[in-house]
Design a binder for this molecule. Sequence first.
Ligand code: NAP
Length: 286
Amino acid sequence: MSIGFIGLGIMGSAMAANLLKAGFKLTVWNRSEDKCRPLAAAGADLARSPRAVAEASEIVFAMMATPEAAAAVRDGDSGILAGLRPGAGYVDMSTVDAETSQESARLVHQRGALFLEAPVAGSRKPAEDATLTIMAAGDRDLYDLSLPAMEKMGKKIFYLGNTGNAARMKLANNLVMGGMLTALSEGVALAAGSDLDIAQFLEVLDSGALSNPMFRLKGEMIARNGEFPTAFPLKHMQKDLRLALRLAEAVGQPLFATAIVNELFKKALAQGLGDADFAAVSRVIR
Ligand code: NAP
């Protein structure tokens, strides 16, 4: 099967590499061309535009930073839509809002093609290890068709029904993550400020009901308070909080804690921490 992959950032580059390793014929494009080189060296074809990727592919995957970036590669003369063949598929794995996905579905259907939104949970390492959780929604036929490829990127794959459900599921997931990370940062700050041994604090957390992989992954980084090497860019976490709050507003659901967590992430952005890992929000607290 010929596959296209657009958006070779932290996540996309690792996911595309797994598709290539699995033996799919792969065509790639990225706005900054240098990020295509490792994949080209491993055997992927380079396209000159998102449109050219679509022209060469039965299924096109995209993994873009934001709703605006997803629209930028979708629309226009050199966009995916312009090259999408009738009957072909477009799978957008970016974290976007439900409205962006629904607009993509509408435009893709106009071309006689199929659409699936498929945002993921899991960061740089799960992307490399092909152990992502994938939340898919949209055209069931495309879900079935793209499953063999998605199985080379993720270990747990959900089909959630109508387009928009996966975007909403992903945003609900990420508001929990932002809140947990903030609580961990405040716990570490309080432990440090009260002259407690931070390593012991993390051990206490890990020995009870609060034990979880994210605390184990980020706890020491937050405790050290030095470098925050990026797995999940802080700017993307703030985007997700913003989109979750917008969704909450649309459905009339108050999100008391998330509103405050979002302010912390906005402050971190204003302090120039947008490209650091999202754990760097602890800098605002400590
Ligand atoms: P990233 O490293 O920042 O990569 C973003 C990609 O979007 C890059 O390919 C970038 O191109 C492209 N891009 C941005 N603006 C664009 C524009 N206007 N036109 C064309 N291309 C544009 O982000 P990432 O961490 O891989 O995340 C990608 C998506 O997955 C985001 O929606 C994020 O929220 C979600 N996600 C991330 C993680 C994680 O842990 N990192 C986990 C789950 C979900 P350039 O290379 O040219 O900048």
